[in-house]
Design a protein around this ligand. Structure first.
Ligand code: NAD
Length: 302
Protein backbone atom coordinates (compact mmCIF):
# COMPACT_ATOMS: atom_id res chain seq x y z
CA UNK A 1 0.00 0.00 0.00
CA UNK A 2 1.43 3.34 -1.05
CA UNK A 3 2.37 5.94 1.51
CA UNK A 4 0.26 9.05 1.05
CA UNK A 5 2.41 12.15 1.26
CA UNK A 6 0.04 14.31 3.26
CA UNK A 7 0.70 18.00 2.70
CA UNK A 8 -2.16 19.08 4.89
CA UNK A 9 -0.71 17.54 8.02
CA UNK A 10 2.83 18.72 7.32
CA UNK A 11 1.60 22.26 6.56
CA UNK A 12 -0.12 22.27 9.97
CA UNK A 13 3.09 21.16 11.65
CA UNK A 14 5.03 23.93 9.90
CA UNK A 15 2.38 26.48 10.87
CA UNK A 16 2.71 25.49 14.53
CA UNK A 17 6.46 25.88 14.30
CA UNK A 18 6.10 29.29 12.65
CA UNK A 19 3.60 30.37 15.28
CA UNK A 20 6.03 29.69 18.10
CA UNK A 21 8.98 31.23 16.21
CA UNK A 22 6.88 34.36 15.66
CA UNK A 23 5.87 34.56 19.32
CA UNK A 24 9.51 34.27 20.37
CA UNK A 25 10.71 36.91 17.90
CA UNK A 26 7.81 39.23 18.61
CA UNK A 27 8.89 39.63 22.23
CA UNK A 28 12.33 40.70 20.99
CA UNK A 29 11.46 43.03 18.10
CA UNK A 30 7.96 44.19 19.03
CA UNK A 31 6.26 43.55 15.71
CA UNK A 32 5.06 40.48 13.78
CA UNK A 33 6.19 39.58 10.27
CA UNK A 34 4.16 41.28 7.53
CA UNK A 35 3.13 39.86 4.17
CA UNK A 36 1.74 42.05 1.38
CA UNK A 37 -0.44 40.18 -1.11
CA UNK A 38 -1.06 42.04 -4.37
CA UNK A 39 -3.77 40.83 -6.70
CA UNK A 40 -4.46 42.48 -10.06
CA UNK A 41 -7.72 41.71 -11.87
CA UNK A 42 -10.36 39.15 -11.13
CA UNK A 43 -9.02 35.69 -11.97
CA UNK A 44 -11.49 33.58 -9.94
CA UNK A 45 -9.02 30.89 -8.81
CA UNK A 46 -6.66 33.64 -7.62
CA UNK A 47 -9.41 34.98 -5.39
CA UNK A 48 -9.60 31.62 -3.59
CA UNK A 49 -5.79 31.30 -3.36
CA UNK A 50 -5.38 34.82 -1.94
CA UNK A 51 -8.11 34.23 0.64
CA UNK A 52 -6.41 30.96 1.71
CA UNK A 53 -3.07 32.72 2.07
CA UNK A 54 -4.58 35.47 4.19
CA UNK A 55 -6.28 32.92 6.45
CA UNK A 56 -2.97 31.10 6.87
CA UNK A 57 -1.30 34.41 7.85
CA UNK A 58 -3.93 34.92 10.55
CA UNK A 59 -3.43 31.40 11.91
CA UNK A 60 0.32 31.81 12.46
CA UNK A 61 0.26 35.44 13.62
CA UNK A 62 1.58 37.09 10.48
CA UNK A 63 0.13 40.50 9.60
CA UNK A 64 -1.23 40.51 6.06
CA UNK A 65 -1.56 43.61 3.90
CA UNK A 66 -4.00 42.87 1.06
CA UNK A 67 -4.15 45.01 -2.08
CA UNK A 68 -6.63 44.19 -4.85
CA UNK A 69 -6.23 46.34 -7.97
CA UNK A 70 -8.62 46.39 -10.94
CA UNK A 71 -7.60 44.49 -14.08
CA UNK A 72 -7.16 47.73 -16.06
CA UNK A 73 -4.58 49.17 -13.62
CA UNK A 74 -1.54 50.53 -15.48
CA UNK A 75 1.76 48.73 -15.04
CA UNK A 76 3.29 51.96 -13.68
CA UNK A 77 0.68 52.00 -10.92
CA UNK A 78 1.42 48.36 -9.99
CA UNK A 79 5.14 49.18 -9.91
CA UNK A 80 4.43 52.16 -7.63
CA UNK A 81 2.43 49.96 -5.24
CA UNK A 82 5.19 47.34 -5.12
CA UNK A 83 7.75 50.05 -4.42
CA UNK A 84 5.63 51.36 -1.54
CA UNK A 85 5.63 47.90 0.01
CA UNK A 86 9.39 47.70 -0.61
CA UNK A 87 9.75 50.89 1.49
CA UNK A 88 7.31 49.83 4.21
CA UNK A 89 9.30 48.60 7.22
CA UNK A 90 6.36 46.57 8.50
CA UNK A 91 6.33 44.43 5.35
CA UNK A 92 8.80 41.53 5.17
CA UNK A 93 7.31 39.61 2.26
CA UNK A 94 5.62 40.71 -0.97
CA UNK A 95 3.61 38.33 -3.08
CA UNK A 96 2.34 39.23 -6.53
CA UNK A 97 -0.45 36.77 -7.20
CA UNK A 98 -0.17 35.16 -10.64
CA UNK A 99 -1.55 35.04 -13.29
CA UNK A 100 -1.60 38.74 -14.08
CA UNK A 101 -4.10 40.20 -16.57
CA UNK A 102 -3.20 39.49 -20.20
CA UNK A 103 -0.35 41.60 -21.49
CA UNK A 104 0.98 42.70 -18.09
CA UNK A 105 4.73 42.06 -17.90
CA UNK A 106 5.13 39.49 -15.11
CA UNK A 107 8.88 39.35 -15.36
CA UNK A 108 9.26 43.11 -15.03
CA UNK A 109 6.96 43.29 -12.00
CA UNK A 110 8.67 40.39 -10.22
CA UNK A 111 12.01 42.17 -10.72
CA UNK A 112 10.70 45.27 -8.92
CA UNK A 113 10.11 43.33 -5.68
CA UNK A 114 12.92 43.83 -3.17
CA UNK A 115 14.75 40.44 -3.28
CA UNK A 116 14.87 40.48 0.54
CA UNK A 117 11.05 40.60 0.56
CA UNK A 118 10.52 38.06 -2.23
CA UNK A 119 7.89 35.82 -0.58
CA UNK A 120 7.45 33.66 -3.69
CA UNK A 121 11.18 33.17 -4.32
CA UNK A 122 10.78 34.13 -7.98
CA UNK A 123 13.13 37.15 -8.15
CA UNK A 124 16.10 36.53 -10.45
CA UNK A 125 18.50 37.09 -7.55
CA UNK A 126 16.86 34.38 -5.46
CA UNK A 127 16.67 31.98 -8.41
CA UNK A 128 20.40 32.69 -8.88
CA UNK A 129 21.00 31.88 -5.21
CA UNK A 130 19.21 28.58 -5.74
CA UNK A 131 21.53 27.75 -8.64
CA UNK A 132 24.56 28.62 -6.51
CA UNK A 133 23.31 26.76 -3.43
CA UNK A 134 23.18 29.94 -1.32
CA UNK A 135 20.44 30.44 1.27
CA UNK A 136 17.61 32.70 0.22
CA UNK A 137 13.87 32.75 -0.45
CA UNK A 138 12.90 29.63 -2.38
CA UNK A 139 10.14 29.06 -4.93
CA UNK A 140 7.28 27.92 -2.74
CA UNK A 141 5.87 24.94 -4.63
CA UNK A 142 9.12 23.04 -5.25
CA UNK A 143 10.37 23.92 -1.75
CA UNK A 144 7.12 22.47 -0.42
CA UNK A 145 7.69 19.29 -2.40
CA UNK A 146 11.19 18.96 -0.95
CA UNK A 147 9.85 19.42 2.59
CA UNK A 148 7.22 16.76 1.96
CA UNK A 149 9.79 14.26 0.67
CA UNK A 150 12.19 14.98 3.51
CA UNK A 151 9.52 14.73 6.23
CA UNK A 152 8.53 11.32 4.86
CA UNK A 153 12.16 10.22 4.86
CA UNK A 154 12.28 9.68 1.11
CA UNK A 155 15.93 9.62 0.19
CA UNK A 156 16.90 11.30 -3.06
CA UNK A 157 20.58 10.45 -2.91
CA UNK A 158 21.59 8.91 -6.26
CA UNK A 159 17.96 8.40 -7.33
CA UNK A 160 16.83 8.88 -10.92
CA UNK A 161 14.34 11.76 -10.78
CA UNK A 162 12.23 13.09 -13.64
CA UNK A 163 10.49 16.46 -13.53
CA UNK A 164 7.75 16.94 -16.11
CA UNK A 165 7.51 20.69 -16.78
CA UNK A 166 10.13 23.40 -17.04
CA UNK A 167 8.35 26.54 -15.87
CA UNK A 168 10.12 29.12 -13.74
CA UNK A 169 7.36 28.72 -11.16
CA UNK A 170 7.70 24.96 -10.67
CA UNK A 171 9.68 22.75 -13.06
CA UNK A 172 13.04 24.51 -13.26
CA UNK A 173 13.50 25.26 -9.54
CA UNK A 174 12.19 21.76 -8.75
CA UNK A 175 14.90 20.20 -10.90
CA UNK A 176 17.58 22.33 -9.22
CA UNK A 177 16.39 21.39 -5.73
CA UNK A 178 16.32 17.68 -6.53
CA UNK A 179 19.80 17.97 -7.98
CA UNK A 180 21.01 19.78 -4.86
CA UNK A 181 19.70 16.78 -2.90
CA UNK A 182 21.95 14.55 -5.04
CA UNK A 183 19.32 13.05 -7.29
CA UNK A 184 20.19 12.47 -10.96
CA UNK A 185 17.64 14.70 -12.61
CA UNK A 186 16.03 14.78 -16.06
CA UNK A 187 13.50 17.34 -17.22
CA UNK A 188 10.73 16.66 -19.72
CA UNK A 189 8.65 19.32 -21.43
CA UNK A 190 6.12 19.80 -24.18
CA UNK A 191 8.66 18.99 -26.92
CA UNK A 192 9.91 15.82 -25.25
CA UNK A 193 9.61 12.68 -27.40
CA UNK A 194 8.69 9.30 -25.93
CA UNK A 195 7.77 10.62 -22.52
CA UNK A 196 6.64 7.19 -21.39
CA UNK A 197 10.14 5.78 -21.83
CA UNK A 198 11.50 8.47 -19.53
CA UNK A 199 8.81 8.17 -16.87
CA UNK A 200 9.26 4.40 -16.65
CA UNK A 201 12.92 4.97 -15.78
CA UNK A 202 12.13 7.40 -12.98
CA UNK A 203 12.41 6.41 -9.32
CA UNK A 204 11.05 9.81 -8.35
CA UNK A 205 8.54 11.42 -10.71
CA UNK A 206 7.38 15.02 -10.22
CA UNK A 207 4.57 15.98 -12.56
CA UNK A 208 4.00 19.69 -13.20
CA UNK A 209 2.70 19.80 -16.76
CA UNK A 210 -0.66 21.39 -16.06
CA UNK A 211 -2.47 18.66 -18.05
CA UNK A 212 -5.34 16.99 -16.18
CA UNK A 213 -4.77 13.28 -15.54
CA UNK A 214 -2.09 12.86 -18.23
CA UNK A 215 -0.02 10.35 -16.23
CA UNK A 216 -1.43 6.87 -15.75
CA UNK A 217 -0.31 3.42 -14.67
CA UNK A 218 1.43 2.86 -18.02
CA UNK A 219 3.94 5.63 -17.19
CA UNK A 220 4.97 4.32 -13.80
CA UNK A 221 7.95 2.33 -12.64
CA UNK A 222 6.73 -0.03 -9.87
CA UNK A 223 7.72 1.15 -6.40
CA UNK A 224 8.53 4.69 -7.49
CA UNK A 225 7.58 7.93 -5.71
CA UNK A 226 5.11 10.19 -7.51
CA UNK A 227 4.51 13.86 -6.72
CA UNK A 228 1.56 15.45 -8.48
CA UNK A 229 1.86 19.23 -8.63
CA UNK A 230 -1.03 19.77 -11.02
CA UNK A 231 -4.33 21.07 -9.80
CA UNK A 232 -7.42 21.33 -11.97
CA UNK A 233 -11.08 21.96 -11.46
CA UNK A 234 -12.98 19.66 -13.79
CA UNK A 235 -16.67 20.10 -14.43
CA UNK A 236 -18.56 17.02 -13.32
CA UNK A 237 -21.89 15.59 -14.38
CA UNK A 238 -24.18 16.01 -11.43
CA UNK A 239 -27.39 14.35 -10.37
CA UNK A 240 -30.29 16.65 -9.87
CA UNK A 241 -30.19 18.23 -6.45
CA UNK A 242 -26.43 17.69 -6.03
CA UNK A 243 -24.61 20.95 -5.52
CA UNK A 244 -21.05 19.89 -6.34
CA UNK A 245 -20.29 20.80 -9.95
CA UNK A 246 -16.51 20.47 -10.14
CA UNK A 247 -14.01 17.90 -8.97
CA UNK A 248 -10.39 18.65 -8.17
CA UNK A 249 -7.77 16.51 -9.83
CA UNK A 250 -4.11 16.58 -10.63
CA UNK A 251 -1.92 15.70 -13.60
CA UNK A 252 -1.86 12.08 -12.38
CA UNK A 253 -4.67 9.50 -12.54
CA UNK A 254 -4.42 8.82 -8.84
CA UNK A 255 -6.67 5.75 -8.63
CA UNK A 256 -4.70 3.74 -11.14
CA UNK A 257 -1.23 4.97 -10.18
CA UNK A 258 -1.50 4.60 -6.40
CA UNK A 259 -1.44 0.76 -6.37
CA UNK A 260 1.85 0.70 -8.33
CA UNK A 261 3.93 3.19 -6.32
CA UNK A 262 5.59 3.32 -2.91
CA UNK A 263 4.47 6.89 -2.17
CA UNK A 264 2.24 9.48 -3.80
CA UNK A 265 0.77 12.92 -3.12
CA UNK A 266 -3.01 13.21 -3.23
CA UNK A 267 -4.82 16.07 -4.98
CA UNK A 268 -6.13 17.95 -3.11
CA UNK A 269 -4.18 17.76 0.16
CA UNK A 270 -0.69 17.08 -1.21
CA UNK A 271 1.43 19.81 -2.74
CA UNK A 272 -1.18 22.61 -2.54
CA UNK A 273 -1.10 23.18 1.26
CA UNK A 274 2.70 23.00 1.19
CA UNK A 275 2.88 25.88 -1.28
CA UNK A 276 1.03 28.13 1.17
CA UNK A 277 3.15 26.94 4.10
CA UNK A 278 6.36 27.77 2.22
CA UNK A 279 5.10 31.26 1.44
CA UNK A 280 4.83 31.82 5.19
CA UNK A 281 8.27 30.26 5.72
CA UNK A 282 9.86 32.66 3.20
CA UNK A 283 8.19 35.63 4.89
CA UNK A 284 9.16 34.64 8.42
CA UNK A 285 12.70 33.89 7.22
CA UNK A 286 12.89 37.40 5.73
CA UNK A 287 11.50 38.93 8.96
CA UNK A 288 14.11 37.12 11.04
CA UNK A 289 16.84 38.29 8.69
CA UNK A 290 15.66 41.91 8.48
CA UNK A 291 15.20 42.16 12.26
CA UNK A 292 18.51 40.50 13.17
CA UNK A 293 16.81 37.50 14.80
CA UNK A 294 18.37 34.07 14.72
CA UNK A 295 17.45 32.17 11.56
CA UNK A 296 15.45 29.12 12.57
CA UNK A 297 14.04 27.94 9.25
CA UNK A 298 17.07 27.15 7.11
CA UNK A 299 16.24 23.44 7.08
CA UNK A 300 13.04 24.27 5.17
CA UNK A 301 14.82 26.29 2.47
CA UNK A 302 16.43 23.63 0.24
P1 NAD B 1 3.09 26.01 -16.97
O1 NAD B 1 1.95 25.91 -17.92
O2 NAD B 1 3.80 27.29 -16.83
O3 NAD B 1 4.18 24.91 -17.37
C1 NAD B 1 3.84 23.63 -17.77
C2 NAD B 1 5.07 22.88 -18.21
O4 NAD B 1 4.71 21.57 -18.58
C3 NAD B 1 5.76 23.50 -19.42
O5 NAD B 1 7.14 23.59 -19.18
C4 NAD B 1 5.46 22.54 -20.56
O6 NAD B 1 6.56 22.45 -21.47
C5 NAD B 1 5.25 21.24 -19.83
N1 NAD B 1 4.31 20.35 -20.53
C6 NAD B 1 3.07 20.66 -20.94
N2 NAD B 1 2.51 19.59 -21.56
C7 NAD B 1 3.41 18.59 -21.50
C8 NAD B 1 3.43 17.26 -21.96
N3 NAD B 1 2.38 16.73 -22.61
N4 NAD B 1 4.54 16.52 -21.76
C9 NAD B 1 5.60 17.03 -21.10
N5 NAD B 1 5.64 18.31 -20.63
C10 NAD B 1 4.56 19.08 -20.83
O7 NAD B 1 2.53 25.48 -15.58
P2 NAD B 1 3.14 25.66 -14.08
O8 NAD B 1 2.90 27.04 -13.60
O9 NAD B 1 4.50 25.08 -14.03
O10 NAD B 1 2.13 24.70 -13.29
C11 NAD B 1 2.01 23.33 -13.61
C12 NAD B 1 0.80 22.75 -12.91
O11 NAD B 1 1.00 22.87 -11.52
C13 NAD B 1 -0.52 23.46 -13.19
O12 NAD B 1 -1.55 22.50 -13.16
C14 NAD B 1 -0.68 24.40 -12.03
O13 NAD B 1 -2.02 24.71 -11.75
C15 NAD B 1 -0.09 23.56 -10.93
N6 NAD B 1 0.43 24.33 -9.80
C16 NAD B 1 0.06 23.88 -8.58
C17 NAD B 1 0.56 24.51 -7.46
C18 NAD B 1 0.13 24.00 -6.14
O14 NAD B 1 0.33 24.68 -5.15
N7 NAD B 1 -0.40 22.78 -6.06
C19 NAD B 1 1.41 25.61 -7.57
C20 NAD B 1 1.81 26.01 -8.85
C21 NAD B 1 1.32 25.35 -9.97
Amino acid sequence: MALRLDGKILAQEIEQRLHSDIQRGLSQVGRPPGLAVIRVGNDPASGVYVANKQKACNRVGLKSFGLHLPGNTSIDEVIKQIQEFNQNDLVDGILLQLPLPNGMDESLLLSVIDPLKDADGLHSLNLGKLIKGEKGARSCTPAGVMALLSRNKISLQGKRALVIGRSILVGKPMALMLQAANATVSVAHSHTQNLVDMTREAEVLVVAAGKPQMIGAEHISPGSVVVDVGIHRLPQKVNEGTKKKVILCGDVRFQEVEPKVSAITPVPGGVGPMTVAMLLVNTVFSWQKRCGLSLSLSDLLP
